[in-house]
Ligand binder design. Structure first.
Ligand code: FES
Length: 294
């Protein structure tokens, strides 16, 4: 019995309920997964396999609906798996979806919480912002992109944030630069922040953690580590935090941003980059050839 058969046995079909490009190259996908929707908490993730020949890929759960039995993910088309997902249609079913995985985000009444999101993290940070607001915090959210046209999910974030700041590399919004520039800008203005939480690419996590360090602000980051099983067995997501070996899938993905060994993380995450680029080009070529052959 393969994973898809097991899923069918327990009444999970993982049908795609909706799929939409929210901005160029970033997609929102809503998937039927009632058991996961019932159990998932902010900051947790799922591992999905797009098709029979697909690989296992982790995605942060960005929202869920217990009544409808659905979970929502955002993804950027970057490699073979996300290319396959981007080509899937409403009504198609995923090969498998496992979750919720990882520890939930630490939610409490800290006072003023600053949340920063970039790329998929603009979607992923939303349930954390919502939970932080519900816990009684004053919530300041900062989202980054290259240009304003690449920012998404803003209405939902606005609804759960006391203040929402948009920052862009091309200067098309109120603040120019990245999340860490906006953090610096707020701190320079004298904003008192009790807790910071960042989700996005590892570079953004590192730079934002550096920005909060000298101010002594407790900072949590959602690490992007390579993953295979997602349950602590393969060792693929190994990272070092505070001088200790951790596994992002079971000990995280949320860690103290001031304690992460960033150099090691960058080295490990880039290990298969060339192979991933080759695979992406190969699949693209195959797809184009099939289209030309009709
Ligand atoms: Fe295998 Fe974390 S993904 S140990």
């Amino acid at each position: 019995m393969n994973e898809k058969d097991v899923c069918k046995e327990v009444g999970q079909s993982f049908k795609i309920v909706s799929k939409e490009a929210v901005v160029p190259n970033i997609y929102e996908m809503v998937i039927e997964a009632p058991i996961i929707a019932e159990k998932v908490k902010p900051g947790q993730f799922v591992i999905l396999i797009p098709d029979e020949m697909g690989e296992r890929v982790p995605f942060t759960v960005s929202d869920w609906d217990v009544e409808k039995g659905t979970v929502t993910i955002f993804f950027q088309e970057l490699g073979v798996s996300t290319m396959k997902l981007a080509k899937m249609e409403v009504g198609n079913t995923l090969e498998s979806l496992v979750g919720p995985l990882g520890k939930p985000a630490e939610i409490a009444n800290f006072g003023t919480v600053l949340l920063g999101g970039g790329c998929y993290g603009i979607g992923g940070i939303y349930p954390i912002a919502r939970a932080m607001k519900e816990a009684g915090n004053r919530v300041i959210t900062v989202v980054e992109a290259r240009g304003q046209y690449l920012l998404y999910n803003l209405d939902k974030l606005k609804a759960v944030s006391d203040q929402l700041f948009l920052t862009t590399s091309d200067g098309s919004t109120e603040i120019s630069g990245k999340v860490h520039d906006a953090v610096q800008h707020l701190l320079d203005k004298g904003e008192k922040i009790d807790r910071a939480v960042f989700m996005g690419c590892n570079f953004m996590l590192m730079m934002s953690s550096e920005a909060t360090k000298s101010h002594g602000i407790k900072t949590k980051v959602f690490l992007n580590a390579l993953m295979v099983d997602g349950t602590g067995m393969c060792g693929c997501c190994r990272c070092s935090v505070g001088g200790e070996t951790k596994y992002a899938c079971v000990d995280g993905p949320e860690f103290d941003g001031h304690e992460v060994d960033w150099e090691e993380l960058f080295k490990r995450s880039g290990h298969y980059l060339n192979d991933e680029v080759l695979a992406y080009q190969f699949f693209n070529y195959k797809g184009c050839k099939q289209d030309m052959d009709g």
